[in-house]
Design a protein around this ligand. Structure first.
Ligand code: SF4
Length: 515
């Protein structure tokens, strides 16, 4: 018996013929080894009053942010005189070989920024790797960015009309050109001005040879935290685990709409301020540039951020457990064992097991060495792709399984995992997802796939259930997510309500579609 989906969601009822159910959504690109939303980037910044092994510390921090982007990595360091950037396509371990690290270890270095990248805007090309840098009236600036500007295209067009030259296809360059354009303003003022002009969900670190700055958009969509080094230095990072690895102590989150900075030689805050007035060396300074309207990304707690991360004071692992508990209340199942899809479903599966009383077990073994697989898109090879990564354990034989995962994007991988469990002797497979159905694309730096590729945008829950061959399927509700996280969050990819705006061209496209 297949698919008696407990319908916990209200969906736009679109009649779909049975024949259409045979058509699975398009495969992810051949390089993609999972059917998950992909985080775009991780960012890091460091400033110290004394010389430090800045490049080595940033490399350590980037290891802790590798999960936020695996396609490119880069580091920029300065000693107040020289500024060196090394970046390339690849994982942190691949990019920063001994040769590159030697070039980054400049004498007297005391500040730098770092980046790990997964490309959504701009393609996966070497010149799109970050940090990006420009020469300007303010000297050389370097920038690393997580998220997206929804008005990047319009601003790029305006800058082009004013003679700006772009070297990359990603929208990070828009911000750095915007800052460089305000020649009469100092770096802090120019950055604040750029923040006011840009819309969307973004966290940014940037530097010149003396100053490191960090900022978040007014909704605080993408995370950014502040840490303190024992010798009085400061660290900015997308997630707290990077601070821990760099030996820094967590201080606080950067507030939505806030610009913070530290400088070696203090610049006046505004052009009217007395030039050269000194404040304490290494003071963390702050400017609330935009009115805060906090709606951080729900997916940071559902899936992206590391299980040992705390964002806005809320632990991701604990939230995932609460999501699983709530899921068990909303969508109970008669089953013998709760099995997580490793690693993304582990927290929610623990919660589901606790709330339902059904024992938890690892029914799937994940090969930690499978890494990224470059596989041709034939049916046989697609099946092999899942088998390379996952294998069913004897814990599932003869059992009714509750299979818990965090999300379904295209639905392609879920069906193969259900089949894997059946082949290993599972008698029933009830799939439970610890987030609502993803029906809308993300414009704030997460690759959720285009709307037409999202299986939940065009299929009802019971139709997805039939596609993946499960006995039942249920998703956590939006209130369930909010309650588990315990604060207002962005839920735009579930409900289409974008708290930080949408790209104008997308709004136009939607209006045309509705007309
Ligand atoms: Fe996160 Fe979804 Fe909002 Fe994007 S749309 S920021 S993925 S909750």
């Amino acid at each position: 018996m297949r698919c008696k989906a407990p319908n916990t969601q209200s969906h736009e009822p679109r009649a779909i013929q049975t024949a259409e159910l045979e058509v699975l959504q398009p495969e992810p690109p051949a390089w993609s080894d999972n059917d998950k939303p992909q985080e775009e980037c991780g960012v890091l910044g460091l400033w110290s009053p004394e010389p430090l092994p800045v490049a080595d510390l940033l490399q350590l921090g980037l290891f802790a942010l590798q999960h936020r982007g695996q396609e490119a990595a880069g580091i920029c360091v300065s000693n107040g005189k020289d500024l060196v950037i090394e970046k390339d396509l690849g994982l942190v371990t691949q990019v920063f070989d001994e040769g590159r690290m030697q070039r980054l270890r400049i004498p007297g270095a005391n500040l730098g920024i770092g980046h790990t990248r997964y490309s959504t805007t701009g393609s996966n090309l070497r010149f799109n790797a970050q940090p990006l840098n420009v020469r300007s009236s303010k000297g050389i600036l370097a920038i690393a960015h997580n998220g997206n500007f929804v008005n990047a295209l319009q601003i790029r067009q305006e800058l082009l009309e004013h003679g700006a030259v772009f070297q990359t296809t990603n929208d990070t360059e828009v911000m750095i050109n915007l800052i460089a354009r305000y020649a009469r303003l100092n770096l802090v003022e120019a950055t604040a001005r750029a923040m006011r002009e840009l819309a969307g969900g973004f966290s940014v670190v940037l530097m010149d040879r003396h100053t490191v700055l960090a900022l978040r958009d007014g909704n605080g969509v993408r995370p950014l935290v502040i840490g303190r080094l024992p010798g009085g230095g400061w660290v900015f990072a997308s997630e707290p685990p990077a601070l821990t690895l760099m030996g820094a102590e967590f201080v606080r989150d950067v507030r939505p709409g806030e610009l913070v900075w530290i400088e070696t030689d203090r610049q006046p805050l505004s052009s009217s301020e007395e030039p050269g007035r000194k404040t304490a060396h290494g003071e963390l300074r702050s400017l609330q540039v935009l009115e805060p309207r906090p709606t951080p990304c729900a997916f940071e707690w559902i899936y992206f951020a590391r299980a040992d991360a705390q964002l806005e004071g809320i632990g991701t692992h604990e939230s995932r457990i609460r999501m699983g508990e709530r899921l068990a209340q909303e969508a109970p199942a008669q089953a013998d064992v709760v099995v997580p899809v490793p690693d993304s479903g582990i927290g929610a599966a623990i919660g589901y097991s606790r709330a339902s009383g059904i024992p938890f077990d690892f029914g799937l073994h994940k090969n930690p060495y499978a890494g990224r697989t470059f596989i041709q898109p034939t049916q046989e090879m697609r099946d092999l792709k899942v088998k390379l990564k996952l294998a069913a354990t004897p814990a599932v034989r003869g059992k009714r399984i509750v299979l818990v995962d965090d999300s379904i994007v295209r639905g392609t991988t879920s069906g193969r995992i259900v089949q894997l469990l059946r082949d290993a002797g599972a008698t029933e497979v009830h799939v439970r997802i610890s987030s609502p159905p993803i029906k809308f694309p993300c414009y704030y730096g997460i690759d959720t796939a285009a709307r037409k590729e999202l299986v939940a945008a065009t299929h009802l829950v019971e139709q997805i259930c039939a596609l993946i061959g499960a006995d039942s399927l249920a998703f956590l509700s939006e209130p369930g997510v909010m309650e588990a996280i315990g604060r207002p969050v962005c839920l735009a990819c579930f409900n289409g309500r974008y708290p930080a705006g949408q790209p104008a061209e997308e709004v136009r496209k939607e209006a045309l579609e509705q007309a």
